[in-house]
Write a protein that binds this ligand. Structure first.
Ligand code: UT7
Length: 341
């Protein structure tokens, strides 16, 4: 066992026996306003943009998404998901000693969305920061939190993925605006003598920065460049299918396991064809792929924790099962986390 600080219960140094991190609780939140494909198609048609429910479903599997009201920010969605995860973990906000928020749609340039969630939770003093790895953000954030827990400096981490992608969509560009939605998910990761997170692997390749980006920035008090999302969908699609398969095998190899040991694939929810293609390569039936893209659309860094929480709360995912979380997105970034839940 590791030595613990008497007052705080926090580990005081690296322990002789390993510390692992386990998922103690999950939570999620969707803004109430649901937009079916039919709603969005009609709204876009009024603005001269032609698309159809049939195209969206056939190419992506998306049937609906949620959009936040204009005054609702990523920290607000993240807060709601965090409250639910903390409750599910049977602890209180005061027990949290690290907050990481994965987001590409922060409330402001700074401070971080994690600091704003911390303020809204009414807690003080623990480290809080954002991770920016777009749709891979949640697996990046989980991996960082896991490393800090295993190093012994943190006992209980709140890991959030929260996005209001509706803010950065160009609703005149039908190739992107039908794909994304808003939402948040969160987990409480807790130090444990048993795994937990058994393996994780992260990657990036900045040479592909241009195929998925929001190139605008702030300069001299003005927005410089285009602040809306741009994507070469086919280039992203091809890269995604390959890297997701590679990174799945990397974490399985690291853990000494085979694909058939995975009870649930919990992939980034961008496109049902990519998700099922990844499962096919791993020889997993589609029935073992947690799927929420149909109802949520692509919520970027929020999609994995949203899918995870929905599967936990609906009873699909059970304690003791093995989960493979996989993310891929702008950067280009990708990664996977293998979890014994
Ligand atoms: O979250 C980060 C990761 N992101 C992803 O993983 C997204 C990866 N990419 C994709 O999911 C797919 O590439 C898309 C869903 C974005 C597009 O599907 P696609 O099968 O690659 O379609 P496409 O881009 O090849 O377009 C096919 C046709 C085009 O028309 P033409 O040139 O064949 O006449 C498009 O103009 O579909 C047209 N099209 C649309 N038609 C109706 C594109 N968007 C729409 C639309 N409605 N919304």
């Amino acid at each position: 066992m590791s030595s613990r600080h008497e007052a705080t219960g926090q580990p005081t140094s690296r322990s002789a026996s390993p510390i692992y991190s386990r998922i103690a609780g999950t939570g999620s939140y969707l803004p109430p306003k649901r937009w079916s494909n039919e709603d969005l198609v009609a709204w876009l048609a009024d603005r001269g943009v032609q698309t159809s429910h049939e195209w969206i479903v056939e190419r992506t599997g998306i049937e609906a998404r949620h959009f936040a009201d204009p005054d609702v920010t990523a920290s607000e969605l993240g807060l709601q998901a965090a409250i639910r995860a903390i409750e599910a973990a049977n602890c209180s906000a005061a027990d949290i000693d690290l907050i990481i928020c994965a987001t590409s749609t922060p409330d402001m340039v700074f401070p971080s969305t994690a600091c704003l969630v911390q303020k809204k939770l009414g807690v003080h003093g623990c480290p809080a920061f954002d991770v920016q790895a777009v749709c891979s953000g949640f697996v990046y954030a989980m991996t960082v939190a896991d490393a800090m827990i295993r190093a012994g400096s943190v006992k209980r981490a709140l890991v959030i993925g929260s996005e209001v992608f509706s803010r950065i969509l160009d609703f005149k560009d039908r190739t992107t605006c039908v794909l994304f939605g808003d939402g948040a998910g969160a987990v409480v990761l807790q130090a444990s003598d048993e795994p937990g997170i058994v393996a994780s692997r992260l990657h990036a390749d900045g040479q592909y920065a241009d195929i998925l980006c929001t190139p605008g920035t702030v300069k001299g008090g003005e927005i410089l460049g285009d602040p809306t999302l741009k994507m070469d969908g086919q280039a992203v699609f091809k890269l995604a299918v390959n890297v997701l398969d590679q990174v799945a095998h990397e974490v399985l190899d690291e853990a000494g396991r085979t694909p058939d040991s995975i009870d649930w694939l919990v992939p980034h929810q961008a496109n049902i064809r990519i998700m099922q293609g990844t499962a096919r390569k791993l020889r997993l039936p589609n029935s073992r792929v947690v799927t929420t893209v149909d109802q949520h659309g692509n919520t970027s860094a929020a999609s994995i924790p949203l899918a995870l929480d929905h599967a936990v709360r609906s009873g699909l995912i059970q304690r003791g099962q093995s989960l493979l979380l996989e993310g891929v997105g702008g950067g280009f970034t990708w990664g996977a986390v293998l979890v014994d839940y």
